[in-house]
Design a protein around this ligand. Structure first.
Ligand code: NAD
Length: 499
């Protein structure tokens, strides 16, 4: 069995702690590798290497730093098939989804090539007589990122691309369930010309995370994962004086108005609800048709589409709609919640509980489920299921649907399907959720906008990628400079223009 490594100081380094996590092939259920789980000393070694390397990197001009990212984009494209295959093998998602994972990260790298423009700073000529004032954006030093299993390429790139572009060194602690692609990305960046020690990958679990949160040299921590861990990391990181941004779980509602194009809405729901086995933070997990007649029409359109979904391993070809979930524990949790939904009185319209795939009996496959008549007090409504389960909550009016989405504690993404511009505009304006789709089911902002939820889906002030990333990974220094010409009148400085 393959023993994976850390990537420290430009080399693959074996784990020293003696602790490992099993890395599965979710399609077969086999353990295909083991990932080392770093201890405090291993993390500290990476931090001291990062701190040394960062000084030279920060002194490298932004254009040269950007050129490394340019080359990195070429290498990502060159190795796209290899990366996608490794990603699918550990995560279970289809090859087109895996390529999308790499591609959406790559687009953030492309955006970060604009670092020289983003880091220019501000200048006020003549803030007073002989006085100039300017603000610079300087790197923080050593930053760290802790990432989830569900986008093993995209989310690390969301973090390390801007961090590196800004002149920081970055320590990535990827999910122990999908560690291979992050290691490959670190190798590719070095091939692109990144100096050793600027991007290091330290595999691990809570022990490594706590070591990151407590290390005094690490200046900032980015996290993406489930809400309870996001809250924990935000609290501990902030109390240790770090700059922290944490992005948590989701329960994304899609409201379907009576005037919506019902075929379009049903197609969108099937893609957004079941794609990647529902393991997306922007998946739609709650459909909210407005009016019983709309609900009946929607369910009628959804059922045949869901029954046609092809569930299988990524090796079965590009017409597979979705693959297995990530672990046996994830499968068990999903089916447990489905059973709770039935017990609590929801109507299970499509029941995937008996789903089995010949030849892959030990894989972590979960059939698609559709619930109707779900109510807000049920566990399947309150909790993030993170599986191929769509719940329908019937609302009797637009206001009721809006209130439902607003009252949920999560606020990552949402969507409305309607032909009415007025309703759509009202929805976008009033909803207390960070990312909104209008006739778009998964409104993931592109790299040059920012990504982030509200409420319990995010902790911290700034979003990911887009201009916010350049703020998060730099700090502002403002210089007020006075030159002798300002001292002309009798040697005394005059602040006239500033009075
Ligand atoms: P997770 O919270 O289990 O793990 C995320 C990271 O935290 C991993 O690196 C893991 O090693 C670490 N971790 C786990 N338990 C820890 C603990 N007790 N102490 C310290 N660190 C710990 O999340 P996951 O299952 O890998 O990912 C799925 C979750 O991520 C879902 O809730 C999903 O909605 C969320 N997610 C959110 C976004 C977003 O942008 N809001 C994007 C993708 C995924």
């Amino acid at each position: 069995m393959q023993e994976l490594t850390h990537y420290i100081n430009g080399a693959h380094v074996k784990g020293q702690s003696g602790r490992f996590a099993d890395v599965f092939n979710p399609a077969t259920g086999e353990v295909q590798a083991k990932a080392p789980l770093a201890n405090v000393e291993e993390l500290a070694l990476a931090v001291s290497i990062a701190a040394d390397a960062q000084k030279g990197w920060a002194a490298t001009n932004p254009q040269r730093r950007a050129r490394v990212l340019m080359k990195f984009v070429d290498l990502l494209n060159r190795d796209m098939d290899k990366l996608a295959e490794a990603l699918s093998r550990e995560h279970g998602k289809t090859i087109p989804d895996a390529k999308g994972d790499v591609q959406r990260g790559l687009e953030v790298v492309e955006y970060c090539i604009g670092a020289p423009q983003m880091l220019k700073g501000e200048f006020t000529d003549g803030a007073g007589p002989g006085i100039d004032m300017y603000s610079m954006r300087q790197p923080l030093g050593v930053s760290a990122g802790i990432t989830p299993f569900n986008f093993p390429a995209m989310i690390p790139m969301w973090m390390f691309a801007p961090a590196i572009a800004c002149g920081n060194a970055f320590i990535l602690k990827p999910s122990e369930r999908a560690p291979s692609v992050p290691l490959m990305l670190a190798e590719l960046l070095e091939e692109a010309g990144l100096p050793k020690g600027i991007l290091q990958v330290v595999n691990g679990d809570k022990e490594a995370v706590d070591a990151i949160l407590d290390h005094p040299v690490i200046q900032s921590v980015g996290f993406v994962g489930s809400t309870p861990i996001a809250e924990y990391i935000y609290g501990r990181g902030c109390s240790n004086g770090k700059r922290v941004q944490c992005f948590g779980g989701a329960k994304n509602h899609m409201i379907i108005m009576p005037d919506a194009d019902m075929d379009q809405a049903a197609d969108a729901l099937v893609g957004a609800g079941y794609g990647a086995a529902g393991e997306r933070c922007m998946a739609i997990s709650v459909a909210v048709p407005v009016g019983d007649e709309t609900a009946d029409r929607l369910i009628e359109k959804l059922v045949p589409r869901i029954e046609k979904l092809k569930v299988g391993p990524y090796t079965a070809g590009d017409d597979v709609d979705y693959g297995p979930v990530v672990t046996a524990a994830a499968k068990e949790k999903i089916l447990g919640l489905v059973n709770a939904g039935v017990e609590q009185g929801a109507e299970l319209v499509v029941d995937g509980r008996d789903f089995a795939l010949q030849g892959y009996e030990d894989g972590f496959f979960v059939g698609p489920h559709l619930f109707d008549k779900v109510t807000p007090d049920m566990d399947i409504y309150k909790q993030e299921i993170f599986g191929p389960v769509l719940s329908t909550v019937r609302a009797q009016s637009y206001e009721e649907a809006l209130k439902l989405a607003m009252d949920h504690e999560m606020g990552n993404g949402t969507a409305i399907f309607t032909r009415d511009g007025d309703t759509a505009r009202d929805f976008a304006s009033r909803i207390n959720i960070g990312m909104v789709g209008i006739n778009v089911p998964i409104p993931v902002p592109l790299a040059y906008h920012t990504f982030g939820g509200w409420k319990k889906s995010a902790f911290g002030d700034l979003n990911q990628h887009g201009p916010d990333a350049f703020k998060f990974y730099t700090r502002t220094k403002t210089v007020t400079a006075r030159w002798p010409s300002g001292l002309k009148e009798g040697g005394e400085f005059h602040f006239k223009a500033m009075d």
